[in-house]
Design a protein around this ligand. Structure first.
Ligand code: MG
Length: 367
């Protein structure tokens, strides 16, 4: 089997809530997502998706996905997409860095491998653990009472895990955490994600002021060293996200005892192949994981479901169903949330079929 063409499609994903806001006044109202198609000479086509959280979250931007594919894809024509290890070596040899560019291609090749073997990606990634994957809801940054109301609303929809977007004014953030804690019940789980927004002294003030609240602190400060310093001065369970963008970064943080839970985003690490590598180490080392991506629609959500469902349940901290945040469905067959949970498809590959009328014509083709 050989890759004969790589195509990319651009899709706009507006949000049900109108906009998504997090630390430092950053917000997105329409996500710019790239759907990646990898065509083969055997009649099997694979699909992937990459959707950065705007251009100011990680070193990634939407047009960069497309520009990167134009650079990378010519090196992949003629290669066997089922040989995913070989393919990843080839991608890294052809383009230094830029993991998010490689993510959609790698995802599409897992889809092809599944279709070629008649197995869901979940099975290929290790097998299915448990009935379903428990999801969290990200709570966009607004006033404390409004965030508590939103949590109560999403709780009624079945969510039991919530990630508050904090990382703003520390006094307001303390009020946000307290307001939300009041509407939660035993068994619910709360994360305060500052998305790098606090300085060390601000993070320490917040952590101290919410010491009686059952809450995790996620990525309080911009650099790894700042986060490590905060970590060493608080008893709160600690999550790292933005700084853990490679296997090497993960290993260093594990060695330093810098986190209890790590947030693994598929495109941040460069695809399912590299995320699985860190995922498997987390299982061996006893680290909890949020398994997700930076953002996305139906295809990213399907990939998250396969990755999460193939992860042992004790290590699965939580995951995300991004397709329920956006107003546009780009593929049939994607997981649909039921009672705050989703399941990986049982059909071969990712189990999705793009809606051609929605994704439109390719914006680029390499053959
Ligand atoms: Mg985070």
């Amino acid at each position: 089997m050989k890759i004969t063409a790589v195509r990319a499609y651009q899709v706009d994903l507006p949000l049900h809530e109108g906009s998504y806001k997090w630390s430092g006044g950053k917000s997105v109202s329409v996500f710019d997502s790239t759907v990646v198609e990898v065509e083969t000479d055997q009649g099997i086509t694979g699909w992937g998706e990459v959707c950065p959280l705007g251009p100011f979250y990680l070193p990634a931007y939407a047009a960069g996905v497309r520009a990167g594919i134009i650079e990378l894809a010519p090196h992949l024509i003629g290669y066997d997409p089922r040989e995913i290890g070989v393919l990843n070596e080839r991608m890294d040899a052809a383009l230094q860095g830029h993991p998010y560019v490689k993510s959609g291609i790698d995802m599409a090749c897992w889809d092809i491998l599944g279709k070629a073997t008649g197995l869901p990606v979940c099975t290929l990634l290790g097998g299915r653990f448990g009935e379903a994957v428990t999801l969290y809801r990200a709570i966009s940054q607004v006033a404390p009472d409004a965030m508590a109301e939103n949590v109560a609303g999403y709780r009624k929809e079945g969510y039991r895990r919530f990630q508050l977007k904090v990382g703003g004014d520390p006094d307001t953030d303390i009020a946000r955490i307290h307001a939300v804690a009041k509407v939660l019940q035993t068994g619910d789980r709360l994360v305060a994600d500052a998305n790098t927004g606090w300085l060390k002294h601000e993070a320490m003030r917040v952590a101290d002021a919410v010491r009686d609240v059952d809450v995790y602190i996620e990525q309080p400060c911009r650099t790894y060293e700042e986060c490590l310093s905060v970590r060493r001065h608080t008893a709160k369970p600690f999550v790292l996200d933005e700084n853990i963008d490679s296997l090497q970064a993960f290993l260093r943080a594990h060695e330093d005892g810098a986190m209890d839970v790590v947030n693994l985003k598929i495109s941040k690490l460069g695809g399912l192949t590299k995320t699985r590598q860190v995922r498997d180490l987390c299982v061996s080392l006893g680290v909890g994981m949020t398994l997700e991506d930076s953002w996305g629609g139906d295809i990213v959500t399907a990939a998250i479901a396969h990755l999460a469902h193939s992860t042992p349940e004790p290590n699965r901290f939580t995951s995300t169903d991004f397709n329920s945040y956006v107003t546009v469905s780009i593929a049939e067959g994607a997981p649909q949330r039921v009672d705050g949970k989703m399941r990986a498809s049982t059909t071969p590959g990712l189990g999705i079929e793009p809606r051609r009328d929605v994704i439109g014509k390719p914006v680029l083709e390499v053959r």
